[in-house]
Design a protein around this ligand. Structure first.
Ligand code: 5RP
Length: 233
């Protein structure tokens, strides 16, 4: 296992400490949180951990089912105790860019119904200012060319449809437009609201004021940062 994968695995496993018996848990999407889901499955099978999950993508749903993690239907969900998910970037205010895997809308829906959000990540994603990672925006197919132009107008770099001529179709049947802001997103709260105000936009991969803790795996050990005055502090 290479260094980055080992870092992802250590973060993914360490984040399971936020999960205790009886919790309903949001299960994020991506190559880091996959290790969390696998570890939760292991603890259920080997240690009697008793939890139920809500997956944020078809990919995670399939993995959870293979591992035997019981999944809730939406009509059974009141609140979730915690969501554990990955991120593409995070800053010192615990604001995030997410959606590298195209699952941002489901991820935000699940995070919004959760009493806390824990991010699993590695040191490469710790940035002073968000935006080096192209900001994913999920848009409906109808009129996507126009929606994309609106995004282009506010984006200093290019805004391109993911997959080009063979566009990626999200789990919700939509497209993703990746917007290259560069590390310029000094006010992610305002930008999130501005992009959500464009018709045709389903959701934007800025997650502001949602994360309560970041678990950073590395070969030097795992660091847990808790947001001051957050829901886990
Ligand atoms: C998927 C996401 C992922 O959590 C994010 O892209 C991080 O993924 P990875 O852990 O594979 O780097 O937001 O939509």
């Amino acid at each position: 296992m290479d260094e980055v994968e080992a870092a992802k695995q250590s973060a993914g496993i360490a984040a399971c400490d936020f999960v205790t018996n009886g919790m309903d848990v949001g299960l994020g999407t991506g190559s880091t949180v996959k290790h969390t889901v696998i570890e939760l499955g292991r603890r259920m099978a080997e240690e009697g951990l008793d939890i139920r999950g809500v997956p944020t993508s078809i990919e995670t749903e399939k993995l959870a089912r293979i591992l035997g993690i019981p999944l809730l239907e939406w009509d059974q969900v009141e609140r979730l105790a915690v969501t554990i998910d990955g991120a593409d970037e995070f800053d010192s205010d615990f604001h995030l860019i997410k959606g590298g895997g195209g699952a941002l809308t489901r991820e935000k829906i699940v995070a919004q119904v959760s009493d806390s959000m824990v991010i699993v990540t590695d040191p490469r994603k710790d940035v002073p200012t968000l935006g080096e990672f192209p900001l994913p925006v999920e848009v409906i197919q109808f009129g996507w060319e126009v929606t994309s132009r609106h995004l282009q107008n506010i984006c200093p770099g290019v805004a391109t449809r993911r997959g080009g001529d063979q566009p990626l179709i999200t789990d919700n049947g939509n497209y993703i437009i990746d917007c290259k802001f560069g590390p310029t997103i000094a006010d992610p709260v305002s930008l999130e609201a501005q992009i959500r105000g464009i018709s045709g936009v389903v959701e934007v991969g800025l997650f502001t004021n949602m994360a309560d803790a970041v678990v950073i795996g590395s070969n030097a050990g795992t660091e847990v940062r808790i947001k001051p005055n957050g829901r886990l502090s």
